[in-house]
Write a protein that binds this ligand. Structure first.
Ligand SMILES: [Zn+2]
Length: 577
């Protein structure tokens, strides 16, 4: 009796959710063909760049510049970075006297993210930080330095780690070994570790015991979570899973991760690690090392400081300068701190039946970067003055997701006016230490998800099929297969996605992910119910397997109940057998 009641209530909830959520679509991805170009061509794309380069070359004749046309439209790059408002913005800054006013995103205003002093960055701030012409200077150019060369000797490393938590012979030798083994800049490795743990180190660099063995995680890999304790536990477990039971093992293992995940994937400068405009395999504009909009600049400065210590700043350095199509004639000026970033906007609601597609430019042929569900409120930031492809393309931000992009005006209905006062009282922020310690609630490290142990109940390869449990993520998979790559580029394991391991392709079956979007949620229960009711039969073999939650022969309502229990109990996993 109780059982059937639960099911009928559940069915009603599911049907309601189905109506609301059926408009969701996967994010579109567009591939860009980047290429190296001459300085003359770079000058045509970004006027003024030659004289900036020549200034530095005059002072440092051994500086070598490469110019790379990303193939990406400038405004599109800014838009793709200007995302996540209200939820988790891609670009944050620490408010201070130097960073206020026009640095604030006019939509988010002084809303704090994470720890109270981080705010969402404006488009002007993005234009300023991303335009290479603002950073081809003595102080900032090292954010473009190619990280693909070892570059350091043991003595060099000893000098730069003096007085830090890395000041041990074991660490210095490990940095040199790791840099040579993975052909990766040794100072960069040092800078990364100091960024993660501060000058004096922190819990994960001092070592944490797991099952009686002390493990180290010098790069904070896998160290994320809700609260300090969760961050430490996850980071320690990750280190244990990798066997990092010595400082040296952690340094060499961390370098391997940096190489296989970033430097070896085209993200071979500090700039590219912050603004991913090159690594299509891992997903452009995602797979970024930090939310801090100053991350590239800060890490480049640390790199340069190490060369200064060793008297090598004027040596042989290769800088890779990114360029975009349709860049402005002159670079964006530094956003004013005196002027407040205020905005008035219309509010509107999406009327499109089934959701409204959001595009990266005012063009029906531009990348489809997401959808806004019907009846969702939006803020209209810029109203189009003229039509393109028969539509007025207005720039909007969705209230629910913070998704920002262009939509056809026919499919939104005006509801009113709104405004944001911007930075009325920016909070003062004074760094207490020139080497910032990582903020536990906003770690800058890459985020492999909750570690799921790889064993026969969570991972199985059958011919061309890679079967994984519901909790398994790409990061977990990489524990066993470091070269594993998701081919569609969004780093998500989903049913019917393709994963390449050591050059061989596999079709993924993820238990519970029946609709193949990579997540296991209520939409998957809807898909199973539709299959049972025969309103939308599942025919795909992988999806059928994903729907067999109870791992029994046929798919029944007990699978739906089991899946609902899983969704509710986020701690358990859905095993593959
Ligand atoms: Zn914002």
């Amino acid at each position: 009796m109780k059982f059937s009641k639960i099911i009928s209530i559940t069915l009603i909830i599911i049907m309601l959710l189905y109506i609301v959520l059926s408009s969701f679509e996967g994010l579109g991805n567009i591939s860009y063909a980047g290429q190296n170009i001459s300085i003359e061509e770079a000058e045509r794309m970004a006027p003024g760049i030659t004289s900036l380069v020549n200034n530095l070359r005059n002072a440092h004749p051994n500086y070598n510049f490469q110019f790379y046309n990303t193939g990406i439209d400038w405004n599109e790059a800014i838009l793709r970075e200007y995302q996540g408002h209200g939820a988790s913005p891609k670009n944050l800054f620490n408010t201070s006297n130097s960073y206020s006013g026009m640095w604030y995103c006019p939509v988010c205003g002084t809303k704090n993210y994470d720890n109270g002093s981080l705010c969402c960055a404006s488009m002007d701030a993005l234009r300023y930080m991303m335009d290479p012409r603002n950073s081809i200077t003595e102080n900032s150019v090292f954010q473009f330095k190619s990280l693909e060369a070892p570059d350091v000797t043991y003595e060099d490393v000893v000098r730069v780690i003096a007085g830090t938590f890395l000041d041990h012979e074991e660490c210095a030798r490990a940095v040199v070994e790791a840099s040579q083994k993975y052909n990766i800049n040794g100072y960069y490795l040092v800078a990364k570790m100091l960024t993660e743990h501060g000058k004096n180190g922190s819990t994960l660099s001092n070592g944490v015991q797991v099952n009686g063995v002390t493990y180290y995680n010098f790069f904070n890999i896998g160290a994320y979570g809700n609260g300090v304790q969760a961050i430490i536990t996850n980071g320690a477990n990750y280190a244990a899973s990798k066997g990092w039971n010595s400082k040296a093992a952690s340094i060499i293992g961390g370098a391997e991760f940096a190489k296989s995940s970033y430097v070896g994937k085209g993200q071979n400068t500090c700039y590219y690690q912050k603004f991913n405009v090159v690594n299509t395999e891992s997903g452009l504009f995602s797979h970024q090392y930090a939310q801090n909009i100053l991350a590239a600049e800060n890490e480049g400065s640390k790199l340069r400081a190490n060369y200064i210590i060793n008297g090598q700043v004027t040596g042989n350095h290769t800088f890779i300068i990114p360029l975009y199509s349709n860049m402005p004639q002159t670079a964006q000026a530094r956003p004013s701190t005196a002027t407040q970033n205020r905005i008035s906007y219309e509010t509107a609601v999406v009327t499109a039946n089934g959701g409204l597609k959001v595009r990266s430019r005012q063009d029906i042929n531009s990348a489809h970067i997401g959808s806004i569900p019907q009846n969702t409120g939006v803020k209209v930031l810029i109203r189009a003055a003229s039509q393109n492809n028969g539509y007025y393309w207005d720039l909007v931000i969705a209230d629910s997701s913070g998704l920002c992009g262009y939509v056809a005006r026919n499919y939104i209905r005006k509801t009113g006016e709104g405004s944001n006062a911007g930075s009325s009282s920016p909070t003062e922020y004074v760094p207490s230490n020139p080497t910032p310690t990582p903020n536990p609630s906003n770690p800058t490290n890459p985020k492999p998800s909750t570690p799921t142990e790889v064993n026969e109940t969570t991972l199985r390869i059958v011919n061309e099929s890679l079967q994984v449990s519901a909790n398994m993520t790409l990061a977990d998979l990489k524990v066993k297969y470091p070269n594993a790559v998701v081919k569609d580029g969004n780093d998500k394991l989903g049913t019917c996605s393709k994963v390449t391991i050591d050059g061989k392709d596999y079709d993924v079956m993820k238990k519970g992910d029946v609709n193949g979007d990579g997540d296991v949620n209520i939409l998957d229960t809807v898909a199973i119910l539709n299959h049972i009711k025969e309103t939308n039969k599942i025919t795909n073999v992988a999806k059928l397997e994903a729907a067999k939650i109870k791992c029994e022969g046929s798919i029944t309502v007990t699978d739906v109940v089991a899946l609902l229990n899983y969704i509710k109990e986020t701690t358990a996993d859905l095993k593959i057998k």
